[in-house]
Design a protein. Structure first.
Length: 713
């Protein structure tokens, strides 16, 4: 995890940043000019050996209450949400079929709504863009159904929805009762006509083709690949299109007991079937078999199936229920990964419809309002922006001395040693448990705190569990790398502490768990140099330090005993910005060095992969210096004249900031493939809290909330 914290930076200049000529230079061992007797790491060998195994002990009773949240004090003001405008007057909802076939961690989604006037609204992944809020579909009225690329009107007409152009009526497609788009199967459009026949239209074709001899179909259901056809008699047919062309001769009869009344299915053909006598069955498309659902599901009025086997239904009393795979915790964070029997979801009432995407849920209330929860990776929840590309003040917090951004959402250490957070409703709260905190960092999704007594504590389960590291001395500084901590003791000794963990599945996501402390090793560094260290830093690959003279030191985290080396020719550095990186790539790792004079130079660390480890082959100083910089945090820059911008990230353009800045912190989470994000948190001189970049509060939301038609401020 990243150490995204930066102390206050002053605008005055004193020392200049002096760099050697650009180009590759070999790293220099700090001990090269040290006498042989001095080359030993700080701390005797005996002391280091004694410290090899670091036990952990449970924190005190008060600290173990950390999972509780204390109400916000008046010192932190939350946003005024008065300008929020809920989507209203909705009579029908739907979700599109989209999923991460490559398995890189994407959790995309599409959402639709149709209002009483026949206007269609859509948000999430839409026609080549991501919509964070519902957008009315222009150029078409009286809409009955809408899919990714098509809309059906109550007049039975089919319209094609272009990425940029106005909707276009498809000639020759009339008297259509229902449509389904199979986006995983050549984007075939399936059409049910008023006469009960079924037709398909392939991309690029002008005329639809009739599918088989079906003549009395009353309802049409589609996944990403396949079709389910329900006849007027209640007979149900399954046309598997996952591994083959959609052909009528490959039709399978789903022989559940009784006539079928309704079905719901997910992208992978997993189906929930209700018969005329209200019995509910679960269909396994791979085995072509069915099993009886829990009897509580027989009260279903509306049904939906989410990704990974999440089953949902509404009851006549307007409550919403679900069971199965607790994807992302959408059934409730208090439930395990697998819920065997239906449980009520939140306290929703008057629910008349429910629809599920792969990773999100929509629920329609009798009032015409829509609730959403789950993943918001592509804006499918429709109630908060994914990106803050403008200066966005989310509240006010006084006496902040440090910001931590590596735990998914920002946390703040105040001068009184308390830790504060902001929840997904952007409401402030004090974290109960941590006290007398000097600094906070993050590792393996856990928080690491250093208190004023020099104790290092590890907080897991969202601050619900606390353990203290039983260390051989008082700690005065700690930073967290990928899986190791770097400690500086009161005698300036540097030690690396290994953290071991397991990866366990939680709500469909693999997360670090069962963290234990492994070996503690003395770092290799000249004792005289260690005594001159001003500040420690870390990213996923390296530990860093700056000296009082402005030198830059680094050490590989993968080494059993990290050996600190200097970046040659670098002097006068006040701050480092090591937060930006992209995992699993051999591209150089960029770290920016800021001098008191406001000059920023890029230090490039060339990575070399050896088996499963990444090592530093060489270090170079790249390009020309950026001048007039007051703050550098990752790629973010704030200039001395009050301009803010981010290098190589076009959404955040250079603009004047409205208030002087006191603190900045950043976190980047990118890999060579798959989704990625980053965000910055700023505290101004007058205590305003500002967020820029990807919204850390709405990557997902497990609390059902109303879909909005306009952004909150």
């Amino acid at each position: 995890m990243w150490n995204g914290n930066h102390a206050k930076a002053w605008l005055c200049s004193s020392l200049a940043l002096v760099l050697a000529v650009s180009g590759s230079v070999q790293a220099q061992q700090l001990s090269a000019q040290t006498a042989p007797a001095q080359k030993q790491a700080i701390g005797s060998k005996t002391a280091a050996e004694k410290a090899r195994q670091v036990p952990m002990k449970a924190c005190g009773e008060d600290e173990q209450k950390a999972g509780q949240k204390k109400p916000a004090a008046n010192s932190l003001a939350s946003l005024d949400e008065a300008s929020a405008s809920p989507l209203s007057g909705i009579r029908k909802i739907a979700t599109g079929v989209i999923f991460d076939e490559a398995g890189y961690g994407w959790r995309p989604g599409i959402s639709y709504a149709i209002d009483q006037a026949g206007n269609a609204w859509r948000w999430g992944v839409q026609a080549g863009q991501w919509l964070d809020f519902p957008q009315k579909l222009a150029g078409i009225e009286n809409v009955k159904e809408v899919t990714w690329g098509y809309a059906l009107t109550n007049a039975g007409e089919v319209w094609r929805l272009g990425e940029q152009a106005q909707p276009e009526k498809i000639a020759g497609l009339d008297h259509i009762r229902s449509i389904r788009e199979l986006i995983g199967n050549e984007e075939i459009l399936a059409l049910l006509k008023d006469d009960g026949t079924v037709w398909t239209l392939k991309q690029g074709e002008r005329q639809p083709r009739r599918l088989g001899s079906f003549a009395k179909v009353s309802a049409l259901y589609g996944s990403a690949f396949s079709l389910f056809l329900q006849e007027e008699s209640g007979k149900l047919f399954y046309l598997d299109g996952k591994r083959q062309e959609l052909k009528a001769e490959l039709t399978h009869v789903v022989d559940v007991p009784g006539a079928v009344k309704q079905i719901a299915l997910d992208y992978s053909d997993r189906a929930m079937i209700q018969t005329a006598n209200d019995e509910v069955y679960l269909f396994n498309a791979k085995e072509k078999t069915w099993t009886r659902a829990p009897r509580e599901a027989e009260e279903a009025v509306k049904m939906a199936v989410g990704g990974d086997g999440l089953y949902l239904f509404s009851k006549k009393d307007g409550t919403l229920w679900g069971w199965g795979h607790n994807t992302l915790g959408m059934l409730g964070e208090q439930y395990p990964d697998r819920v065997e029997l239906p449980v009520r979801i939140a306290d929703l009432t008057d629910i008349v419809d429910v629809q599920a995407g792969t990773d999100h849920i929509l629920a329609l209330q009798k009032s015409g309002h829509v609730f959403s929860w789950g993943s918001n990776m592509t804006g499918q929840l429709g109630r908060m922006p994914r990106l803050f590309t403008e200066w966005t003040e989310i509240g006010e917090l006084k006496d902040v001395r440090q910001i931590a951004t590596g735990l998914g959402q920002p946390y703040f250490v105040r001068k009184d040693g308390t830790v504060w957070g902001i929840d997904e409703q952007r409401q402030p709260y004090q974290v109960a448990g941590p006290k007398n905190v000097q600094t906070i960092d993050s590792v393996l999704n856990a928080a690491v705190t250093l208190d004023t007594a020099g104790h290092v504590q590890l907080w897991t389960d969202q601050f619900g569990t606390c353990q203290t590291l039983a260390l051989p001395g008082t700690v005065k500084d700690v930073v967290a790398g990928e899986e190791r901590l770097l400690l500086r003791l009161a005698d300036d000794g540097l030690f690396a502490v290994e953290l071991r963990h397991e990866l366990v599945e939680k709500n469909g996501v693999y997360v670090p768990a069962n963290i234990t402390v492994g070996e503690m090793e003395a770092a290799q560094i000249d004792p005289a140099v260690a005594a001159r260290i001003a500040k420690l830093y870390a990213n996923a690959y390296l530990f860093f330090a700056t000296t009082k003279e402005g030198e830059v030191l680094y050490a590989e985290q993968t080494a059993r005993q990290p050996s600190f080396q200097s970046v040659p020719g670098v002097k006068g550095v006040r701050e480092l910005a090591p937060q930006y990186f992209v995992r699993y790539t051999a591209d150089p790792l960029s770290v920016w060095a800021l001098s008191d004079a406001g000059a920023v130079r890029e230090l490039q660390f060339q990575l070399d992969r050896h088996k499963d480890e990444w090592n530093i082959a060489q270090v170079s100083v790249a390009g020309e210096a950026e001048e007039g910089i007051a703050f550098a945090s990752g790629r973010l820059r704030i200039t001395k004249d009050g301009q803010l911008y981010e290098k190589d990230w076009s959404p955040l353009v250079k603009k004047q900031i409205p208030r002087p800045v006191r603190l900045v912190a950043s976190t980047y989470d990118y890999a060579i493939e798959g989704p990625g994000s980053h965000y910055h948190v700023i505290v101004t001189e007058d205590d305003k809290v500002v967020v820029l970049g990807y919204n850390p509060f709405e990557k997902s939301s497990l609390q059902p909330q109303l879909v909005q038609t306009k952004a909150k401020p």
